[in-house]
Design a protein around this ligand. Structure first.
Ligand SMILES: [Zn+2]
Length: 168
């Protein structure tokens, strides 16, 4: 639900994305909202406007919204009253609406099938998921998480609102 002219993805990338979305859908059957929300992807050629150089080009890069603990969600652009957007960060604090499990397993699966570990989140979210993993599984699993994705400081690229996925 991003920009209409930046809705292009390669078919192989779309297949991988569908595979991961189904995996999350089936792994967490108890969640009220079980959809994966896509924001900006890529235009047919060139780079999607409003994103830094080449970050939304080539049909293998896109934004997805974080999974939340709620009965609905949307992208940060918001599409209707039925599917309002839900913030998961309050400044540097990650809120209780943030569904760390689905957000973690999504990236873990992405890295497994694409081999790409250069997707991006924000540092607050990266640290939050580390803390959850550390508490539940120990330091090794927590440290592995830091190898799967990068965390940007601040909110300039809106990564407190969506994952930026590199799937090539
Ligand atoms: Zn992006």
């Amino acid at each position: 639900m991003g920009k209409r002219d930046c809705a292009y993805l390669r078919s192989s990338t779309l297949s991988e994305l569908e595979y991961i979305a189904h995996y999350i859908h089936n792994k967490f059957p108890d969640r009220p909202d079980r959809q994966t929300w896509i924001g900006d992807a890529c235009p047919q050629s060139g780079n999607c406007s409003g994103h830094p150089n080449g970050s939304h080009a080539g049909g293998q890069r896109l934004d997805i919204n974080y999974f939340v603990i709620d009965d609905h969600n949307s992208t940060q652009y918001g599409i209707s009253k039925e599917y309002p957007y839900i913030e998961v960060c309050d400044g540097e604090k990650v809120t209780s609406k943030f569904d760390w499990e689905r957000n973690y397993y999504f990236i873990k699966k992405l890295v497994e099938i694409t081999g790409n570990d250069t997707s991006r989140t924000c540092d607050a979210i990266q640290n939050y998921i580390f803390q959850k993993l550390y508490k539940q599984f120990g330091r090794t699993v927590g440290n592995e998480w830091y190898q799967m994705i990068s965390g940007d400081i601040g909110t300039k690229w809106q990564h407190h609102r969506h994952y930026h996925l590199n799937m090539n």
